[in-house]
Ligand binder design. Structure first.
Ligand code: GDP
Length: 140
């Protein structure tokens, strides 16, 4: 297994409920290292571009609206097998189906307001990280 980096977003339902530290604790307990982190307001254009693969889905408008409804925390996580590891720690997209102990099982409110984003492949992780971070801002 190789050391990888993956891209994470703590969504607006996290910052609204003051859960940044609680979610980060689960991430760190899972052995993932937060090597870059910034709290931002995602612009409408940024959210639309970030989720453009879902542009034809019926929930696209709702998703963009949610992601721009409050501050988010964008992160780079590093660790062994980080992409798959973080997907496991996040849990299923629908929190009703998320395994015990996962972030979405613990904190997510619904399939839309589901607390975290994590890259679904190493290739996408690289693309997503570049949308929000310069190399110099990542301190491994
Ligand atoms: P993920 O990789 O587990 O985040 O899931 P997807 O790539 O399938 O979907 C991206 C994001 O779109 C999810 O994390 C949700 O925030 C949102 N989403 C997915 N399915 C639905 C849905 O049925 N309704 C709504 N409102 N949002 C959804």
């Amino acid at each position: 297994m190789a050391t990888e980096r993956t891209f994470s977003i703590l969504k607006p339902d996290v910052t609204a409920r003051n859960l940044t530290g609680a979610v980060n604790a689960v991430i760190e307990e899972a052995g993932l290292r937060i090597v870059a982190q910034r709290r931002i307001r995602m612009s409408d254009a940024q959210a639309k571009k970030f989720y453009e693969v879902h542009a034809e889905r019926p929930f696209y408008g709702e998703l963009v609206e949610f992601m721009t409804s409050g501050p988010v925390v964008v992160q780079v996580l590093e660790g062994e097998n980080a992409v798959a590891k973080y997907r496991e720690v996040m849990g299923a997209t629908n929190p009703a189906q998320a395994a015990d102990g996962t972030i979405r099982q613990k904190f997510a409110k619904s399939v839309g307001e589901n607390t975290v984003h994590g890259s679904d492949s190493l290739e996408n992780a690289g693309i997503e990280i570049k949308q929000f971070f310069d190399d110099k801002d990542i301190v491994g």
